[in-house]
Ligand binder design. Sequence first.
Ligand code: PEP
Ligand code: MG
Length: 596
Amino acid sequence: MDRALAGSPASPGIVVGPVHLLRWEVPQVRHAVVPAEQVPAELERLEAAMATTRGRLGVVRARAEAHAGPEEAAIFDVQLSILDDVELRSRIEGLIRQNLVAEKAVDLVLLEWRQMFARHAQPMLRERERDLVDLHIRLLSVLLGLADHDPVDLAPGAGAILVTHDLTPSLTVQLDRRAIAAIATDEGTRTSHVAILARSLGIPAIVGLRDATSRLRGGEHAVLDGTTGVLIVNPTPAEIHQYEQRAQRERRTAEALAREAGVEAVTTDGARVIVRANVDLPEDAEQAARSGAEGVGLFRTEFLVVGRTTMPDEEEQLRAYARVAETFAGRPVTIRTYDIGGDKLPIGGHPAEPNPFLGWRAIRMCLDEPALFKVQLRALLRAGVHGDVRVMLPLVVTLDEVRRTRELLHEAAEELAAAGVPFKRDLPLGVMIETPAAAVACDTLAGEVAFFSIGTNDLVQYTLAVDRGNANLASRFTPLHPAVLRLIARVAEVGHAHGIDVAVCGEMASEPLMAFALVGLGLRQLSVAPASVPRVKRVLRGVSAALAAEAAQAAVRATTADGAARQLRQRLRVAFSDDELATLGLPGAAAGGDPA
Ligand code: PEP
Ligand code: MG
């Protein structure tokens, strides 16, 4: 086996540690029967497996409660109650009494129940199928004595590199951050949500390794380099030494950058660029503030719903929004309404769709479910009392979506007023520009919104028709494609001409080379991953806006994304030495000899 597996770098940092292979899939079970005299022993095995599974679920539940709160932990109550279901148990025992081996009996009954639930007329019960899958995996893994399958097996401080096919929401809430030092997945790209979440948790990660789970066995020693996207299995002592040195250098750079995190990003010719943070979980806000973020440019509220079976109520949402608003007192906190669907989690009753990215998601879903949406809008209006809250709508395509939301905001405000609940009227309402429709027709929106925020993750996906989560297409996901650069330039120009704020909150802004390009395209507000705030500010302090503009113009004129990148790198080399570029995480820019 080739010892170096290459994927997409998803969250920077170097980790040397043992591989923890997590196969969250139903294990294969062979058909086997036992003689009559062995039936009591099989029944005992079932009993023991159920007890072990119950114990594990209890641990996971407690862990989820400690990390994510009681609401997230509640999903495990559902699994516990299914496990205790008398009917389920007697069906399994019945098959064992007919001489089936315990694991086959469990396998058959759970398959049968899953099918029954999957076809249920009630959406909430259809949703239960996922809990049954989890339980199916757990029970069989215990009965088959499969080692290394359960995130619960990891001891805090294990420093493990978690390798898994894809990180689903239900796995995410189980993870013990103290045990997992790094994440590697077969699926995903830099902009898929596992990558975004890893960055926000500050866990080094590689995604899109394609077949890591089939090539690894678990327990190997490995080096994960989240900066370059390489996973080295069974590294030699020399390789470990080399990586440890690099890790040390990266740590020193990060410390130096952290010391100047509070310094504003003003270019050498005096252009002030505001750098805010993208926040996925309310508890990330404090870290974002320490990183020097000047407010929140994107709070992804759908992460409040991840892994849950019910939507958070108004009070819970208010607590989350108020916490972030108060952390950034006096600075703008842009809260995005639910962006559920696509690669974000489905909630109860959200039907499976053939094309989820073109489907019933984000603002479309919210407007079709006004009762659900108004709970969020009321919480947002109430959070307005706690800080400078702004409301942002995802996936906007038409002006009607903005107008309809404004009506609902008005209704929500009237409801609060009638109930005598304190809230702030007239919160600034803005839109994400993340579809080609919104970008091309942004002039139709500009007159009726307070701000634009360009979501390049989706804008690139929809403009280039490249699935942002498909590892096979990662090299085709190019934010520097001329079509994307032209759309961004247009949105900045139109927005500024209308006198409204224009920001970029897609992952593109978190990469120093691209941040340089965006400033060159006229943007003065960026919202980036919290860990990238100091680095982006540092790069922008080292360049002039004039140089950035010249570079961006050359990039826009370039006929390919590679050509655009070369134009940008060439200009950055005017401002920074090769050493500085390498320190800033731009080693490619330092590798001279790029033809223009
Ligand atoms: C985007 O699409 O660029 C964006 C910031 O939103 P998300 O990544 O949450 O879809
Ligand atoms: Mg988006």
